[in-house]
Design a protein around this ligand. Structure first.
Ligand code: SF4
Length: 499
């Protein structure tokens, strides 16, 4: 067990869990509805161990938790070796409900000779969801289309980003604003995605895809491999010089901007003669065309499988027999080489080695296609009451960067503006960091770390502060090495990490 949580007096060996509004009555040897609490010998017990992350002794470059130039003697000597250290995460810590109670663990430790406090809890988030970034140009579905799991709407397609399609899943309207089934399916979907499991999603009017944090997406059964090097125009710009002397025209097929080399500014700068090949679509600026085809799963995120479909005409006054034409996609996955015959019709031909080299280089410059899952939630008024009797002071302390917020020891991004609305990359958190309660809502670890004197000043629950060593010696613990790419949580947040 991790620790006993709040409970009412046993009656008939049944204990009532009051760690969330469901108030399960749990029989001996059984677990509550969320599987997080159980009745162990008449004691309400958090089932999972408390997760501790550990930093090995090493030379580091972390920022000491000091303000301004305090403690700095002006030298630029190499950072001193850091002692080994432990950090208590919220994973397995337990929840407090109703919220007037202090957080389950308020832990005192030292960092660089400064007394620190970390307030640790598992927050229940009814306002939460995930933003999913899917590195692909393939058409997943129209913007605003519903994303479904087992027929239930769990979110929608949102605005695409550069080289990636984006989904917004969960949120309070799907969790609690629809039918009970919709809420349950949404909660299950978020829980699986946050715990780094694969989930199959169907998009209205679009594709079926399998999404898993840190893994390539699978679109309509096909695993995606590459993220495009850039849009068609960018690809022209990057490789124009490498095509010079080997091709008379290059068309980079892209659902966003299709590039035509000899018209494009890059071709003009290289004094390439116009080829007379005119593509379909709406001309944006010279050599840059929008909407050459519909979106789809073909070349460059369009629906075409034969690239010549986008050639509207070839101007006989400008083109010439023997003209060499390359058509290629923004990932280099699709490419074709043509030579114009005497009737100025493109005829397929064997691609010369220097052209093949550049096509391969496009592919080489593509990053691996991945799914990224960011959990987003608001640490509301009630959760903050577990930290301080005066919750707005915690919010202000976070804004002033006196308090670092972490989730399972991973860094978070706190949105500017009101509240403590944060996002965390679930891939940087320990496995299975998340739980749920059937209200439905997600349970996620959250830690607030600040100087002890700052904690006292914001009205912290000082009577409940315990020593780190006491926590490390009590209860059932799971110790994990701190991820090298995560900042040590007991350090001052940088301006980039938190506003
Ligand atoms: S769902 Fe879980 S946290 Fe809520 S009352 Fe039941 S056992 Fe306790």
């Amino acid at each position: 067990m991790s620790q006993a949580a709040a409970t009412t007096a046993p009656k008939d060996d049944v204990v009532r869990c009051d760690a969330c509004p469901v108030l399960c009555r749990i029989r001996p040897g059984k677990a509550g509805a969320c599987d997080r609490y159980a009745n162990v010998n008449g004691m309400l017990t958090r089932v999972d161990p408390l997760v501790i992350t550990e930093r090995a002794a090493t030379e580091g470059s972390v920022v000491p938790f000091l303000s301004g130039s305090e403690g700095w003697n002006g030298s630029v000597a190499a950072p001193a070796p850091l002692p080994a250290a432990s950090f208590v995460t919220g994973i397995g810590a337990g929840t407090t409900y109703p919220d007037y109670k202090p957080a389950p663990f308020i832990v005192s430790s030292q960092h660089d000779g400064v007394d620190m406090v970390t307030v640790v809890t598992e927050g229940i988030f009814s306002y939460c969801g995930v933003k999913v970034k899917i590195d692909t140009d393939r058409y997943l579905g129209p913007e605003q289309a519903a994303v479904r799991v087992n027929g239930e709407a769990v979110g929608h397609v949102t605005t695409a980003e550069y080289g990636s399609q984006m989904l917004s899943l969960g949120g309070v309207h799907h969790l609690t604003g629809g039918s009970k089934k919709e809420g349950t399916v949404t909660c299950d979907t978020l829980l699986a995605l946050c715990n780094k499991q694969a989930v199959t999603l169907q998009i209205d009017g679009g594709s079926e895809l399998v999404v898993q944090a840190g893994r390539p997406p699978v679109v309509n059964g096909t695993p995606e491999a590459r993220m495009r090097v850039g849009c068609g125009s960018a690809t022209i710009g990057i490789f124009a010089k490498q095509w010079l002397g080997h091709a008379d025209e290059v068309i980079v097929v892209d659902d966003h901007i299709t590039g035509v080399l000899t018209e494009h500014q890059a071709g003009r700068f290289l004094d390439m003669p116009l080829s007379g090949v005119r593509v379909r679509g709406r001309k944006s600026t010279p050599g840059r065309y929008f909407q050459v085809a519909d979106p789809g799963l073909g070349w460059g995120g369009t629906n075409i499988s034969d690239p010549l479909e986008i050639v509207e005409n070839i101007d006989a006054k400008t083109a010439w027999p023997g003209m060499k034409l390359l058509m290629v996609s923004t990932t280099g996955e699709h490419s074709a080489w043509y030579v114009l015959d005497d009737q100025l019709k493109p005829q397929p031909a064997e691609m010369p080695a220097p052209i093949r080299l550049v096509v391969d280089r496009i592919a080489e410059n593509c990053e691996p296609s991945l799914c990224t899952v960011l959990f987003m939630a608001g640490a509301g008024g009630s959760l903050r009451a577990g930290v301080t009797e005066n919750p707005v002071r915690l919010t202000l302390s976070v804004k002033d960067r006196l308090t670092r917020v972490t989730s399972g020891g991973a860094p978070v991004y706190v949105w500017p503006g009101g509240g403590i609305t944060y996002m965390v990359d679930v891939a940087r958190m320990p496995d299975n960091s998340f739980g749920y309660v059937p209200t439905p809502a997600l349970v996620a670890p959250i830690e607030f770390t600040l100087r002890r004197d700052d904690y006292a000043a914001l009205g912290g629950h000082m009577d409940y502060v315990v020593q780190l060593d006491d926590v490390l010696q009590a209860g059932r613990l799971s110790k994990l090495a701190q991820r090298a790419d995560n900042p040590w949580p007991i350090t001052r947040p940088t301006a980039e990490e938190q506003p």
